[in-house]
Design a protein around this ligand. Structure first.
Ligand SMILES: O=P(O)(O)OC[C@H]1O[C@H](OP(=O)(O)OP(=O)(O)O)[C@H](O)[C@@H]1O
Ligand code: HPA
Length: 183
């Protein structure tokens, strides 16, 4: 990884969602989450590292009692194709038992990552599982689950920014961009 490669990736991409649209969608999602679970004292789990930006933007809107923690698993590493092998780096803590659990992630693409998280959390005895993603990718394939809360949908292209990386770069962007040819 190096700076030149990061700039090459950026040059071969285009903005598809503005920072203002990202902010507005997170505000709307927070309202829906509040309506659904503000009485539940949920355990909110952020999926590192992609959900870091989304989590930081959403949590201050969730102005009701909750507990926060994180988990970490990865399937894409720094590539643009998901591998079948899911690697858990930080598994959910035992405290998920009997809790309403809300999992935050940046993107639901094929849904394999969120399905693996759901299965593990329910197997550990959670009372209820819900997911919130900043965006969902519209793809032709059937998905093992759909998100309970979603900021916006993105086309079937490799997207990055707002926590999502392209080849390991640009998680720090306030906008969402999509790779174009030649990246
Ligand atoms: O719906 P899916 O097709 O399973 O893909 C979605 C997952 O892929 C990305 O994670 P990645 O494995 O790239 O790890 P990262 O969060 O460290 O980027 C993203 O953050 C989601 O967790
Ligand atoms: O389009 C994507 N961009 C970034 N990370 C991802 N993880 C799955 N799909 C994507």
């Amino acid at each position: 990884m190096n700076r030149e490669e990061a700039l090459h990736v950026f040059r071969h991409s285009e903005e598809i969602v503005s920072a203002a649209e990202v902010n507005a969608s997170i505000g709307r999602m927070a309202q829906a989450i509040r309506t659904e679970m503000s009485e539940d004292f949920p355990l909110v789990l952020s999926v590192m590292g992609g959900a870091a930006v989304f989590t930081g933007m959403l949590l201050p809107h969730l102005d009701f009692p909750l507990e926060f923690d994180y988990i970490h698993l990865t399937r894409y590493r720094n590539t643009t194709k998901g591998g079948s092998e899911m690697q858990w780096r930080v598994a959910p803590a035992e405290s998920v038992k009997d809790r309403v659990v809300l999992v935050l992630d940046d993107i639901l693409d094929e849904g394999e990552t969120m399905a693996a998280i759901r299965d593990r959390i329910l197997a550990m005895g959670a009372k209820r599982f819900l997911s919130a993603v900043l965006c969902e990718k519209l793809i032709q394939k059937d998905k093992p689950l759909r998100p309970d809360f979603c900021g916006f949908q993105v086309p079937d292209r490799y997207v990055f920014g707002c926590g999502m990386d392209a080849k390991g770069y640009w998680r720090n962007l306030p906008t969402i961009r999509a790779l174009t040819d030649g990246a």
